[in-house]
Design a protein around this ligand. Sequence first.
Ligand code: CA
Length: 237
Amino acid sequence: MPRSRTILIVEDERTLREVVRKYLELDGFAVLEAATGTEALSVLQAQSERGQEIDLILLDIMLPELDGFTVARKVRSDADIPIIVLSSRGEENDRLSGFDIGVDDYVVKPFSPREVVARVKAVLRRNAGLGGAEDDKPIILPQLRIDPRGHAVIAAGKSIALTAKEFDLLYFLARHPGQVFAREQLLDLVWGFEFYGDDSTVTVHIRRLREKIEPDPAAPTYIQTIWGVGYKFEASE
Ligand code: CA
């Protein structure tokens, strides 16, 4: 197992920090937080003194004390840590001057946390060149293969056609084998906060997935129902 990668979130809105942290942690990242620009610099300093790397910084621009750009400039002068700026709408000028000092990407608020996690992974992949590929590695079981590159699923030797959401749901569950997720959690994590459906959306997708991938949809091998709680993926066939 590679060490888990560490992300520093610099954001003065606590709820935003917490929600992004939660999503990053679910994806296996270690997360550090800073609420101000000054705090960000001291976290960076402390980590570097301990010889502990920070792999990427999520950086808000409008911050108390030092603003995000001052922090980015300082980071750039000391180290080559990738930076993704979290900017508000209408900060187009900020966007431009941000690129001048070499930030790696922008996410415009309000954003979906899943979008942020996807951008984090993309930037890490780009920067690492290698090693990042584990983020979209295929899941291979004796009778089921799920490959995010090309959204390809093969069950019992047959190629299965899934819709994009069916694929996302299956891949998400399969990446967290044995972990139980409630329907509302799956709505948040797979569909995202911007989606205003209800839990039956999840139920319907699970049923279709079972019809497509399970040897016996009435007695599922892979996607198990935990009554009163939700669903989990079982990797032992
Ligand atoms: Ca802010």
